[in-house]
Write a protein that binds this ligand. Structure first.
Ligand SMILES: [Zn+2]
Length: 92
């Protein structure tokens, strides 16, 4: 076994920046590939370690076309996504 103590600490710091609620909020954008690189990295870290979110993300990808029809009708989720993207977009 390698020394995973340091690695665990780094992983913890990264996952700590996103909880399940935030992962859920970004999920539709993640399915559409609309996350920033940083968001995507943190999101992927979360779903790798959080099985419920990972399963839900897989389901969301499967049902993307169905969900998309509803988003087009109501448009509220898209404005939420835009707000999240604006808040989290930072200059490199
Ligand atoms: Zn989660």
């Amino acid at each position: 076994m390698t020394d995973i103590t340091g690695f665990n600490h780094i992983t913890y710091e990264l996952t700590r920046t996103m909880n399940c609620t935030e992962a859920q909020a970004l999920m539709s954008a993640a399915v559409d590939g609309e996350l920033t690189l940083k968001e995507q990295q943190i999101f992927e870290k979360h779903i790798l370690e959080c099985e419920p979110c990972r399963l839900e993300f897989n389901e969301a990808k499967k049902t993307k076309s169905i969900i998309r029809e509803k988003i087009v009708r109501f448009k509220a989720p898209q404005s939420l996504v835009n707000t999240i993207l604006k808040l989290s977009s930072s200059p490199q």
